[in-house]
Design a protein around this ligand. Structure first.
Ligand code: NAD
Ligand code: LMR
Length: 350
């Protein structure tokens, strides 16, 4: 009987059709973040080890020769899940029927440059891409915006794609989240997976608020609050916060290029959590549409909150107690986002 069942199972397995490939677009695909990212996506680290993928690589016309090189390298990786790689400089090709969009392409900030200087150019890019998403993508598409200023670019893309639910758009603050976890872990002498439930509030900028009031650290098998584990409140309220806030600028200063390897890792973490959900009892940080009903944050911003995800649907973890120290920092980063949004909306209407 067992032999019969085993052979039936093997026949069924052999004739079962494989999952349909999903279509994933990465913009800025000739750039440095994409170079660290595409391999992980194509080998199944993000959408699952059984999920075939069609990768669409979008960049601007002068970068098409570089994209050809990226295509060759992806082919040379001989990855079984990678069914097709489509390089393009056309949004109508790039966004056609896509299931997931990772919008990296924009102009990276150079040393000494203010992020707001980039706003105008990026409003134009994210308006065009939002409109293309609206027209060509699946309505279920999940859109992750990485290109800076990520929160406001995400808002512009979403506003330009009114037929796609706002909830399908998010921006990357997972890199800041990972930075915060790592800083606490190094301070406590534990590995970074022993730290959970840090929060990045607000903007992916130097006004972001990395908050560990609700974070837990697993020290020698028992879970304690981050404040008890670190045992240095002055550091947690001072250098820890500024280190995380200014980490992007510090990397640029050192590398003369913005973070790429760590950004790619964070993109994978973010999108994998959207696809498969967050761990039970844990939350992560991502920039999502603020509807005006969480933590007194004004509506119509993309603001980073503590988030849990289930069935590809996120929810803000509400009800965490907020002290005066945190309140002031959460409001300051919200105020910057309001100003960024208002400037961007002026550019959008021009
Ligand atoms: P990069 O300059 O190496 O690559 C950017 C690529 O985008 C280039 O190939 C460029 O041609 C392309 N591009 C520009 N306009 C485009 C358009 N309209 N459509 C498609 N492609 C376009 O930059 P990078 O280091 O890969 O960084 C990309 C962006 O990510 C920057 O804005 C950077 O500031 C941002 N970033 C965000 C985070 C975050 O945590 N949110 C972290 C690191 C970097
Ligand atoms: C980062 O956080 O590393 C980047 O967003 C920095 C930047 O401005 O590109």
């Amino acid at each position: 009987m067992l032999t019969l069942l085993t052979s039936m199972y093997m026949v069924v397995r052999a004739i079962s059709p494989q999952a349909e490939p999903i279509r994933v677009v990465v913009t800025g695909a000739a750039g440095q973040i994409a170079y660290s990212l595409l391999f992980s996506i194509a080998k199944g680290d993000v959408f699952g080890k059984d999920q075939p993928i069609i990768l669409i690589l979008l960049d601007i016309p002068p970068m098409l020769p570089v994209l050809d090189g990226v295509v060759m390298e992806l082919q040379d990786c001989a990855l079984p899940l990678l069914r097709e790689v489509i390089p393009t400089d056309k949004v109508e090709v790039g966004f056609k029927d896509i299931d997931a969009a990772i919008l990296v392409g924009s102009m990276p900030r150079k040393e000494g440059m203010e992020r707001k200087d980039l706003l105008k150019a990026n409003v134009a890019i994210f308006k065009t891409q939002g409109q293309a998403l609206d027209k060509y993508a699946k309505k279920t598409v999940k859109v992750l915006v990485v290109g800076n200023p990520a929160n406001t670019n995400c808002l512009i893309a979403s506003k330009s794609a009114p037929s796609i639910p706002k909830e399908n758009f998010s921006c990357l603050t997972r890199l800041d989240h990972n930075r915060a976890c790592s800083q606490v872990a190094m301070r406590c002498g534990v590995s970074s997976d022993k730290v959970k439930n840090v929060i990045i509030w607000g903007n992916h900028s130097s006004t972001q608020y990395p908050d560990v009031h609700h974070a837990k650290v697993n020290v020698s098998g028992s879970e304690v609050s981050a404040y008890d584990a670190v045992k240095n409140d002055a550091w947690l309220r001072g250098d820890f916060i500024s280190t995380v806030q200014l980490r992007g600028a510090a990397v640029i200063k050192a590398r003369k290029l913005s973070s790429a390897m760590s950004a790619a890792k964070a993109i994978c973490d973010h999108m994998r959590d959207i696809w498969f959900g967050t761990k039970e009892g844990e939350f992560i940080s991502m920039g999502v549409y603020a509807a005006g009903n969480s933590y007194g944050i004004p509506e119509d911003l993309i603001y980073s909150f503590p988030i849990q995800i289930k069935n590809k649907t996120w929810k803000v973890v509400d009800g965490l107690p907020i002290n005066d120290f945190s309140r002031a920092k959460m409001d300051a980063t919200a105020a910057e986002l309001v100003e960024e949004r208002d400037t961007a909306m002026d550019f959008l209407s021009q």
